[in-house]
Ligand binder design. Structure first.
Ligand SMILES: [Zn+2]
Length: 970
């Protein structure tokens, strides 16, 4: 089939059972290919374009050029020259966008309210038909790239990844540095007489060729319309002589790099062993997935597994294994292990055990039943696959389309195991050889002699010592290691009794309400999937009575999870998820997955909790792990620490990371032993059962909990335990300052919170609309124009009792300077608001309401909406619907009054948190206009406890209405 404009390549796709979308794959005259997806039910339409070119093509002397090019495509095109047009259009119509540059792909995507797809696509296509690369934008945006790189500098994942790259063959582009910074894209090229804008254009014209691009669009329009749009808007993307996808024949690792131990000093207090093997690239064997097969076995956590034995020895806590294709023909298989102190000391023996497990596999594979089990699980997952977010769907598909060895009819179903290739499994297993391996040993105690160029990571390299070589050359077998048993949690029964023509309910029923607790239930009436969701919130006053019992509870939960790892892991292989976590008011258990075995899993899990036996060795290991974890939290990226700091200032029951650390260091085995019997002494449960589960099953789930209730004192006094928030005194600004722990991090961070008042639905509507209106100008002014830093965001912030607006910026600038710029932004926004046209004002309201009223895409979204209302205790299951109604009624005058009262007037109430870098401030000259008499502003909080004890608490949210007990009619 073909018309004059485009050729239809395919219309028949292997799809999940419940997938009601239509698909079509077309080719435009310029050889750009597009996958079009018609879904009349989507609220958000989306599109993605993937270019099969990435950082591997950076010129050797210009690291980061591909990434910089990605940033600049956002900054205006011939058709839409305004630097901010794309972002501002999307923001006004309920959308957003993003992009990433990887080794061989650059991927751009956006989503937008469905009625605005064409206009958004029109702006998007300008990226590929005629970007401007304005000199002014180029000069400014280089700072965003530099800031993005500085954000990663102290991050161990980036550091270790780059170190691996640097220690590889220089004839393969894997060794390059891909983010770029001011030096590689600014000062260096300038000093060599290169014009960076010319280089960008050269790169773009050379590589952004239509034949290397895959477009994917999802929208409500029919396939003919979407095809026409793709043609209209993308037919003019230039084709540079059908440029080929680059291929790199050289090895990433050659002889010089094998049999090496790379010792690495991390920023955080982590202890790891990461071993990599060079393996055959099996990407084209996507139907049998030998690499996935091996990672299933080596990464297994059940009895007989490598991890189970390492844990038994007290040498490791976590293990993961997996394969990675670096470029066609070049692939790694890696095993990553989180070691304990003892494991680090015995690292030679740990490596020996890895090889013993591989020896076991070499002796016993292939095992057809394992392939069959994986194939059955993958088939069930695919058959009942639920819809995900449109933008991630199109982004992933556009990238996958660049793998042209996958027949287009199978592009939606690549996760299936459709072909058993035992000989490939054997070949892959045989390739896991010591003389094709190397490993990193990561710990702060490592002795190093070299420094990596881009991140400054300290490391040293040594040969495999003889002692190790002897062990891995002839590893032998170990009787503690064996293959996994068949998985009992694989579901077989997927029966769903669909009822036609029902209107879905928007609230769960209340089945029980007594001294034990509340039981909520909703039979799925929307998705007709064989899935279930069980949420059990145990309110336990003892778990957070003090910092001591809180930290004991944290340890307890980790140790219980550790003891039930077998069960959790087996379930997770069959895609049943169970989680047991500590929250601010007790402990939560959540289960999701195919409903058939969900109740069995719950019963086994509850038994496991009930029969938990505390073990002294495990206690020591997990105490050490928790201490290291708390220590490491203080080395997180600055903006990642803000939530905890804010919480410790405003929440009734909360402690700073340092306080938690001090207490945890002193915990003893006996304290935990004495504490455990008290945990469930007073208990109140709130349960939600949702999905393909019957009324009787919901009642049965509630009675399963009797195991936990035992002789506990159940009483409804506990039911209202909920954390409250402190109210910042009205018309005042408070300031909290703290230094960043990591002396080498150059970034500071500010969180500027404007407290509105005690939470009400009306305020939530106004703050929601205000946040919608400032979102894009805040980003445009503070990041794009002023280039304060890569991380800039704004939002409404409703905690347990107050409504707030916040702006957060992470930057190399000092925090008083950032405070000044945020204040200045708010002033500018005041003018923008008062001059906003009614039409634009209405657009913002519509965009927000569309977001609030967005349909559920899958069952999990619906479950978590109910869970949130139960957690908050207002049982306001219709919160979003009511909020949208309130937003629709708001007038511009009301929002101007809101601005004057809460944001900019004398009554404004603020809490400004300054998280300050200890590094020398290199931006001082740019800050000369800062009035240090005004900034930093506010009353300094120098004693947090005293500040909190002098403040009022906001009331918690109250139930939104009375619920009757539901009895099913026979
Ligand atoms: Zn970037």
């Amino acid at each position: 089939m073909s018309n004059n404009n485009y050729t239809v390549l395919n219309e028949k796709f292997q799809k999940p059972d419940l997938d009601d979308r239509q698909y079509r794959y077309i080719q435009l005259p310029n050889n750009l290919k597009a996958l079009l997806i018609h879904d009349p039910t989507v609220d958000k339409s989306a599109a993605a374009l993937d270019v099969n070119i990435g950082a591997f093509e950076d010129p050797e002397e210009l690291p980061g050029l591909a990434h910089f090019c990605e940033h600049l495509l956002f900054m205006g095109s011939k058709k839409f020259p305004d630097e901010n047009e794309y972002a501002s259009y999307l923001s006004k119509h309920g959308g957003a966008s993003n992009a990433y540059t990887s080794s061989q792909n650059t991927n751009y995507y956006f989503y937008v309210n469905s009625e605005h797809l064409y206009n958004a696509l029109d702006r998007f296509s300008g990226f590929f038909t005629g970007p401007l690369f304005n000199k002014d934008s180029t000069d400014k945006e280089i700072n965003a790239v530099d800031s993005e790189n500085k954000k990663n500098l102290q991050n161990d994942i980036w550091r270790i990844y780059q170190l691996d790259k640097c220690l590889s063959n220089f004839d393969h582009p894997y060794h390059k540095f891909s983010t770029g910074n001011l030096t590689t894209l600014g000062t260096n090229p300038t000093s060599k007489g290169l014009n960076i804008r010319d280089e960008l254009l050269k790169f773009y014209n050379e590589y952004y060729s239509a034949n290397l691009m895959k477009l994917c669009i999802i929208g409500r329009e029919d396939l003919d319309t979407l095809s026409d749009w793709a043609y209209d808007l993308f037919k003019d993307v230039p084709n540079n002589n059908n440029r080929e996808v680059p291929y790199y024949p050289e090895r990433v690792l050659n002889r010089d790099f094998f049999e090496k131990i790379i010792k690495v000093k991390p920023v955080k207090d982590i202890k790891k062993l990461e071993i990599s093997f060079e393996v055959p690239d099996m990407d084209e064997h996507w139907e049998s997935k030998p690499s996935h097969f091996l990672s299933h076995l080596i990464g297994h956590e059940g009895s007989g597994s490598l991890l189970a034995y390492l844990k038994k020895l007290g040498w490791a806590n976590e293990l993961s294994a997996g394969g990675l294709t670096i470029s066609r023909g070049n692939a790694y298989f890696s095993v990553n292990i989180d070691l304990t102190e003892k494991g680090l000391q015995n690292y030679v023996e740990v490596v020996h055990l890895i090889f013993q497990y591989i020896e076991l596999l070499k002796n016993s594979l292939p095992q057809d039943w394992i392939f069959t089990e994986l194939a059955n699980i993958s088939r069930a997952n695919f058959k009942f696959k639920q819809k995900g977010s449109p933008s991630s769907t199109v982004s992933a598909l556009a990238k996958k389309l660049s793998k042209d060895f996958i027949p287009i009819a199978n592009i939606l179903s690549t996760e299936l195991f459709t072909k058993n290739e035992p000989e490939k499994i054997i070949e892959f297993t045989k390739s896991l050889r010591y003389d094709k391996s190397r490993f990193m040993l990561i710990s702060r105690e490592m002795i190093t002699d070299s420094q990596e160029k881009w991140y400054g990571t300290e490391y040293s390299v040594m040969e495999y010592p003889d002692e190790l070589l002897q062990l891995v050359q002839n590893p032998g077998l170990n009787s503690h290691l064996h293959l996994p048993h068949p998985n009992e949690f694989v579901a077989n029964n997927f029966t769903v009794n669909k009822i036609e023509d029902v209107t879905p309910l928007n609230e769960p029923y209340l089945l029980q309400d007594n001294a034990n607790g509340k039981l909520w239930y909703k039979k799925d009436d929307r998705f007709w999937q064989p899935r279930g969701y069980i949420y059990i919130s145990l309110k336990l006053p003892h778990t957070h009575a003090s910092i001591l019992t809180s930290m004991l509870s944290t340890l307890y939960v980790q140790l219980v999870n550790d003891s039930l790892k077998d069960l959790e892991y087996d379930a997770s292989c069959a895609n049943l998820r169970v989680s047991f976590v500590k929250i601010s008011q007790g402990l939560d258990i959540t289960l999701t997955g195919f409903n058939e075995k969900l109740t069995t899993l719950l019963a086994r899990f509850l038994d496991g909790i009930k029969n938990f036996k505390l073990d002294r060795d495990r206690f020591d290991i997990f105490k050490d792990k928790t201490v290291r974890h708390l220590n490491n939290l203080m080395y997180e990226v600055p903006y990642g620490q803000m939530y905890t700091i804010y919480n410790s200032l405003t929440s009734e029951i909360s402690w700073s990371t340092r306080e938690k650390l001090d207490v945890t260091k002193q915990l003893t085995f006996e304290q935990l032993q004495n504490f455990i019997p008290t945990i469930y002494q007073e208990m109140y449960s709130e349960i939600l059962v949702h999905g393909n589960l019957k009324y009787e099953e919901a009642m049965q789930i509630d009675s399963l909990l009797d195991v936990m209730r035992g002789d506990a004192i159940n009483h409804s006094q506990v039911d209202n335990i909920r954390m409250r928030s402190y109210i910042i005194p009205n018309a005042k600004t408070f300031r909290y300052e703290t230094l960043l722990n990591d002396e080498k991090n150059v970034n500071s961070c500010i969180q500027h919170v404007t407290q509105l008042d005690v939470y009400t639905e009306e305020l939530s509507a106004m703050s929601g609309l205000f946040a919608q209106m400032i979102h894009e100008p805040c980003f445009n002014i503070l990041r794009t124009k002023e280039q304060l830093g890569y991380v800039v965001f704004s939002s409404s912030l409703n905690n347990h009792g107050t409504a707030n607006i916040r702006i957060l910026v992470q930057s190399e600038h000092s925090t008083p300077y950032l405070e000044w710029r945020i204040d200045a932004f708010y002033k500018v926004f005041g003018t923008m608001l008062s001059s906003m046209t009614e039409k634009n004002f209405k657009r913002h309201k519509d965009a927000l309401c569309k977001n609030l009223l967005e349909k559920y895409k899958n069952m999990n979204e619906e479950s978590s909406r109910y869970t949130a209302a139960i957690y908050l205790g207002d049982y306001n299951f219709l919160h979003r619907q009511k909020k949208a109604e309130l937003v629709q009624k708001l007038t511009k005058e009301e929002m101007v009054a809101f601005y004057e009262r809460y944001i900019n007037g004398p009554q404004a109430t603020k809490l400004v948190i300054h998280l300050k870098s200890q590094a020398e401030n290199k931006k001082l000259d740019e800050e000369s206009e800062l009035d240090t008499n005004i900034y930093p502003s506010g009353i300094l909080i120098d004693d947090v406890r005293q500040f909190k004890s002098a403040s009022f608490l906001a009331p918690i949210r109250q139930p939104s209405k009375q619920f009757e007990i539901y009895k099913p009619t026979k």
